[in-house]
Design a protein around this ligand. Structure first.
Ligand SMILES: Cc1ncc(COP(=O)(O)O)c(C=O)c1O
Length: 346
């Protein structure tokens, strides 16, 4: 349907009712799961059945040996870094085009984030740029599958093998994203997911870490539980870890969501592909690759604009979409500064 006049020029908006709020529909299944937990009187993951069930179900969904549920995607990535255990000053290469949660764990483990470029005209880490950043201090590469599209994993896996570097996949935005027949998160040494409100699988806040390696799984579990070796039956804290234990309440919601995530993903794929097909070929407007060519699960729908060819500025395009009732914004906004800096002393 074509409007006579754009909404930004005073015409009728195309979209007359609001988009559904973000987050996949919670319903009776989530309510029943949470109610069960509260009635049981047991809210801690330690000895609780829901978190164990989430871990088992997620591992099965991805076809991996181990899954660990934690409190956030940031916690999952921090746990992955604690698991590979860098020495102070070791370097971890990643992308600057990501959420801060990718970087936080690197710094907290006293390693140094090294930023490589993304592919020209694209969104994912550029293997050639990463290769140029490798030094004898490189301990790991964190590959982010941005917006739901897969990065070029074969190139990173080869670098990992060649240089003895750990490959961590940040799949916070990439549930069931595929790459040459394999699922994001299952190819590297460790895969990390976020269950924050906006993600394909959510419990408000939460995270998941997966691996096929028994040794990494053991260390990750310890790191996220204060280094507490519960198998000894005592209170032996065998190295410095954090308390990233998710609660049974969050896991109850995640458990119900796990039954829905494949459905959400296939719906998003169908809608995203339809939009990509519809707007392909407009000069200066570059839609994301479709699900067949990029494994895209369309977490967000990024479009790149070459303003000269498109005939409109990026900011004006965002204003025009917003006026039509379509939520849109321009990346990346500059931070206005931190109000919380300064001394704790009064
Ligand atoms: C790529 C990426 N990495 C890490 C994170 C951190 O996840 P969380 O917000 O659950 O801590 C996010 C969250 O949006 C993300 O998009």
């Amino acid at each position: 349907m074509m409007a006579e006049r754009l909404a930004i020029d005073g015409g009728e908006p195309i979209r007359t009712h609001p988009f559904p709020s973000r987050g996949p529909g919670f319903g009776d299944a989530e309510i029943e799961q949470v109610t069960e937990v509260i009635r049981s009187g047991h809210l801690s993951r330690v000895g609780g059945p829901k978190t164990a069930a989430v871990e088992e179900k997620f591992a099965r969904l991805l076809g991996v040996k181990h899954a660990l549920a934690v409190t956030s995607g940031t916690a999952a990535i921090h746990t992955a870094i604690g698991t590979i255990n860098p020495n102070p000053g070791d370097e971890i290469i990643t992308t600057p085009v990501t959420d801060m949660g990718t970087i936080i764990g690197i710094i907290y483990q006293n390693a140094i984030p090294i930023f490589a470029d993304v592919v020209p005209g694209g969104y994912q880490l550029d293997p050639e740029s990463v290769r140029r950043k490798i030094t004898p201090r490189t301990k790991a590469i964190i590959v982010v599958h941005l917006w739901g599209m897969a990065a070029d994993m074969d190139a990173f896996l080869e670098m990992g093998r060649e240089h003895g570097i750990a490959i961590i996949e940040d799949c916070a935005q990439a549930y069931l994203t595929s790459y040459r027949g394999r699922l994001a998160g299952t190819m590297g040494d460790l895969g990390c997911f976020s269950m924050q409100q906006s993600k394909h699988l959510t419990c408000g806040d939460g995270g998941l870490l997966v691996t096929n390696r028994d040794d990494l799984a053991t260390r990750a579990r310890l790191f996220a539980d204060k280094g507490w070796d519960r198998s000894s039956g005592g209170r032996g804290h065998i190295f410095l870890g954090l308390n990233y234990r998710i609660s049974e309440l969050q896991s109850a919601v995640a458990l119900a969501q796990l039954d829905k995530v494949e459905g959400f993903v296939s719906r998003r794929r169908a809608l995203g592909d339809r939009l990509t097909a519809a707007i392909s070929g407009i000069p200066g407007l570059h839609p994301p690759a479709d699900s067949a060519s990029s494994g895209n699960t369309y977490w967000f729908y990024p479009v790149r604009i070459v303003e000269k060819e498109f005939g409109m500025s990026r900011d004006r395009f965002v204003e025009a979409l917003t006026a039509e009732g379509v939520p849109a914004w321009a990346s990346w906004r500059r931070s206005s500064g931190c109000p919380a800096t300064g001394s704790w002393r009064r």
